[in-house]
Design a protein around this ligand. Structure first.
Ligand SMILES: [Zn+2]
Length: 146
């Protein structure tokens, strides 16, 4: 029974939510560096994406495909993956030279923990750049390369 349920839900994703080429390219790159990317509801309620450092796993909420927001979500989580590589297993800021816009600031100031805020600032700042995709792939290459 369980198998049937899983199969039909993944078919639904394949039919209605074809991932954009950039999403797939980034997903492949992440997997190459040992990250697992799953298109499932994240264990944190209401999250579009989630990165769990302990098992190098990235969740992408299937709803982002309907919202046409899949690639920015994966870009955001890729920055967290790069932070993980930079800190050699601990989350560490990358010290990016780009500044967040006022609108972007609103997105990460809600995090209370100051270290978390810095990490989120980088992820949101990259995510909102016009060249966000290129930035994310470059950061992964730079920090996660073996
Ligand atoms: Zn984040």
């Amino acid at each position: 029974m369980l198998e049937i349920a899983i199969l039909s839900s993944s078919l639904l994703i394949a039919q209605n939510q074809i991932p954009p080429p950039k999403f797939l390219e980034l997903k492949n790159q992440l997997q190459k560096y040992g990250f697992e990317v799953v298109i499932e509801l994240p264990p944190k309620r209401g999250a579009y994406g989630l990165f769990k450092p302990t098992n190098k796993k990235i969740w992408i909420n299937p709803v982002v495909f309907d919202l046409q927001f899949a690639t920015p979500t994966l870009i955001h989580e890729s920055v967290h993956a790069a932070q993980f590589c930079a800190g050699k297993g601990k989350m560490q800021t990358l010290g990016l030279k780009i500044q967040p816009t006022i609108a972007t600031r609103r997105l990460f100031l809600r995090y209370n923990n100051i270290h978390r805020q810095d990490l989120e600032m980088e992820a949101y700042t990259v995510q909102t750049q016009p060249n966000s995709f290129k930035l994310a792939t470059t950061l992964l290459q730079k920090y996660c390369k073996k």
